[in-house]
Design a protein around this ligand. Structure first.
Ligand code: TXA
Ligand code: MG
Length: 345
């Protein structure tokens, strides 16, 4: 849970009841959401990483609506969320290494790319023969998956290219009546999207997107080398199309983002916001913000997206943001990845 206000903003009113579309996860509401999903509707669900825009993964038409609502290109596949390892095995080839990973990291913020089985429609995987699978640990979404008895395909619940949602209100703010059912799971515990690990290739296991679960932790459990994400240029296929997961510009606020090296201070530019990783010594100016009070990486991760959205709403047109060092690991690396993408226009 969020234990602090994103740096330098006044305490916000409680989120509950902020929109008539946001429903608390009571048993009756969970029944309602499960029925709506089974009837082919798209709803927003909480996870420990970010909110997702969910449809039943085996329902091709509903999954197509997810792409349409998000404005997401059909070449960018969706993540499939499961309730159990058995459910994962129904829809993907699950090698023994997946069981090892599941024992340590599931339910949790790890997505694994596996060979797909025919039950998952091509629209979900963008025609690829692999599927990205994860078991989320948010109790409301676990309860929903259990009621449905099948998997949910869900990308992050933000318009394509914009900052991901870490509060139910973010979903309502972006989509309004286009997404009239949002299941309230409170603020996201992690606030950054899951680590994606590719186990489907014949080569070494490779991280496709860094998240809270580090390469070192994965490598320790697998007892083999796990490769870092490929640099941007090498993610683009021979066709010139950007490979899935490799869109450079992503997570961008409307404000222009300028990054400065960790430990530095940017020259002040009139009207800009300055965003530090930790509270700076002199931080009382109205345009100075920070992701954590004390350098705690969990707080930084939890606050990043909410703070970028707040700076947009506050009307800043330019944000100078401190970039974690190259060579960072875990959450710092995930923040570095998101900031580099947010700044790439
Ligand atoms: O934490 C998360 O992963 C959140 C929550 C809602 O679960 N979901 C999420 O989904 O971040 P999305 O769609 O915003 O990002 C999924 C990424 C995309 O970059 C997509 O290209 C990649 O996963 N992906 C999906 N299927 C893939 C596949 N078969 N092979 C490679 N990359 C894949
Ligand atoms: Mg996303």
């Amino acid at each position: 849970m969020v234990d602090e206000q994103p740096g330098n903003f006044k305490k916000a009113p409680p989120d509950r009841g902020a929109s008539s579309f946001i429903y608390p996860p009571t048993p009756a509401n969970l029944d309602f959401f499960a029925e709506a999903l089974k009837a082919g509707h798209v709803v927003a669900i909480p996870t420990e990483t970010v909110y997702g825009l969910a449809a039943v993964a085996t329902d091709e038409a509903a999954c197509r609506s997810v792409f349409a609502i998000k404005g997401r290109p059909l070449i960018d596949p969706l993540i499939v969320h499961v309730h159990s390892l058995d459910m994962a095995s129904e829809h993907a080839e699950t090698p023994p290494e997946l069981e090892k990973l599941a024992r340590f990291f599931w339910p949790g913020p790890l997505t694994v790319v596996l060979r797909k089985k025919p039950s998952i429609p091509d629209i979900v995987t963008a025609g690829k023969d692999t599927v990205a699978i994860r078991m989320p640990r948010h109790p409301a979404t676990q309860a929903l998956l259990e009621r449905i008895g099948g998997p949910l395909a869900a990308p992050s619940a933000n318009p394509f290219g914009y900052v991901s949602p870490s509060l139910p209100r973010h979903v309502a703010d972006s989509f309004g009546s286009k997404v009239p059912f949002i299941l309230d799971g409170g603020p996201c515990e992690i606030g950054l999207e899951s680590t994606i690990l590719d186990l489907a290739g014949r080569g070494p296991a490779r991280i496709l997107r860094p998240g809270a679960i580090s390469r070192e932790a994965l490598s320790t459990v697998l007892k083999r080398t796990v490769e870092a994400p490929l640099p941007k240029g090498e993610r683009e296929g021979a066709t010139g199309l950007i490979a899935p997961g490799g869109f450079a510009s992503h997570y961008s606020p409307r404000a222009r983002m300028d990054l400065f090296p960790q430990g530095n201070r940017p020259a002040y530019v009139q009207g800009s916001a300055i965003l530090f990783l930790s509270r700076p010594e002199k931080g009382d100016s109205k345009n100075v913000f920070w992701l954590s009070e004390d350098g705690n990486p969990q707080s930084m991760g939890r606050n990043l997206f909410a703070l970028l959205r707040k700076l947009d709403t506050a009307g800043f047109t330019r944000i100078h943001c401190e970039l974690p060092d190259a060579g960072s690991e875990g959450i710092h690396l995930a923040i570095r990845d998101r900031l580099l993408r947010a700044a790439a226009r």
